[in-house]
Design a protein around this ligand. Structure first.
Ligand code: AGP
Length: 372
């Protein structure tokens, strides 16, 4: 009913708007004022976490994209090798696991059959499984060794939004906690990241306040057939997530690419006036990466693409090549997906509505996929 939607037209819009709170609730009580993490709720002992020699993340759909982003953070901060795999592929290829592997299963519903089967397979191999889950007492956390709950609250819309942002936050917390218990690299960078992470819900709020032009742009693109999404580094999984949202909601052909792969094939797809959304990494860090993506934007624009550029405030280098510019706040590189994903959610939601689609209940989809 309208009351349940708090005055929003769709649950999805309500859930997008709830993201600052969802993020704040997921952080609540887990970072103490001195900047250290309290994750005693994890039932894996620090001694066991010190033994870990490999992290394997399994998940499906949007949760898989959270896992792809987590890999960058886990490997950079903890230096523990990390693999991310679609849960539906995992157990069918005889993965190499053992007692020192930590398997992280990410799931909003906690009932996704592919993810459940993957974690059962991992436990049979003697690995410890940590669930990152939004649903209290659901099957995936019940069958895991440990659980870190996301506190997004109930997510009703089939398309995942606030659960995704809280999955990212939970992954960052796990990565930072691994650093803490293992005594790895607890330097200035980590301290700064923790500080920025504890403020990130305000940044999400700021992004939400600037979404009107994104809505207006989406409406003008309702007649398009294809939208491409490009990103690099953590912006690459963000591009995949933007494309998934558009597929499931707008029923449009949408694809996400690593921008560096363009010249290896996908650039052939570019046609006159084809919308291409580009997620631009911060110019302050990894400046080479930033320069490279600016050249990618130039290349596609020279071939006729209509460029929709998501870039940090103050990034002036992109201005000449952006047909549409969407600003996001300055964040540390690894946290950027938390803010960069929000405009893509709004974009997909508005396009779906403009095309007359059922936003909260897209055709052919179920909120939780309980069959393999
Ligand atoms: C997200 O928008 C999708 N509806 C879907 O990809 C979802 O993320 C996937 O099915 C996994 O669900 P889960 O998080 O409940 O395990």
């Amino acid at each position: 009913s309208a009351a349940e939607k708090d005055g929003y037209d769709y649950f999805m819009l309500k859930e997008i708007a709830e993201q600052p709170k969802a993020v704040a609730d997921t952080l609540l009580g887990r970072i103490d004022p001195s900047g250290s993490l309290t994750l005693d709720e994890l039932r894996i002992t620090p001694a066991d976490l010190r033994q870990i020699d490999k992290v394997v993340i399994v998940a499906c759909g949007t949760a898989f994209h959270a896992g792809l982003i987590a890999k960058y953070a886990i490997e950079h901060w903890t230096r523990i090798p990390c693999e991310v795999e679609l849960a539906s592929e995992f157990r069918y290829r005889d993965p190499i696991l053992g007692g020192r592997s930590l398997v992280i299963a990410i799931s909003q519903s906690g009932e996704t059959m592919d993810t459940l089967m993957a974690l059962r397979h991992a436990r049979e191999q003697g690995s410890k499984v940590l669930a990152i889950c939004n649903t209290n007492g659901s099957t995936i956390p019940r069958e895991s060794d440990a659980v870190l709950y996301t506190h997004a609250g109930p997510e009703v819309a089939v398309a995942s939004t606030k659960a995704f942002l809280t999955q990212l936050v939970a992954c960052y917390l796990v990565a930072l906690y691994l650093c803490q218990v293992r005594g790895t690299k607890w330097g200035d960078e980590i301290q700064a990241v923790i500080k920025d992470l504890s403020r990130i819900s305000d940044e999400v709020e700021r992004v939400l306040e600037t979404m009107e032009p994104v809505r207006a742009l989406a409406r003008t693109l309702a007649g398009k057939d294809t939208v491409l999404f490009l990103g690099r580094h953590v912006g690459y999984p963000v591009a995949l997530e933007g494309a998934l949202k558009l597929k499931e909601l707008a029923y449009m052909h949408a694809e996400g690419f690593a921008a560096g792969e363009l010249k290896h094939g996908p650039i052939a797809l570019i046609e006159e006036d084809m919308p291409v959304v580009v997620v631009v990494p911060s110019p302050s860090n990894r400046s080479l990466l930033h320069d490279k993506i600016v050249s990618n934007i130039q290349e596609i624009r020279a071939r006729g693409a209509r460029t929709i550029v998501i870039a940090e405030e103050g990034d002036e280098a992109v201005v000449p090549y952006a047909d549409h510019l969407i600003r996001i706040p300055v964040t540390p590189t690894l946290l950027q997906p938390v803010v960069a994903t929000v405009p893509l959610q709004v974009f997909a939601c508005e396009l779906a509505a403009a095309r007359g689609n059922e936003v909260d209940q897209p055709r052919n989809l179920a909120k939780s996929v309980t069959v393999e």
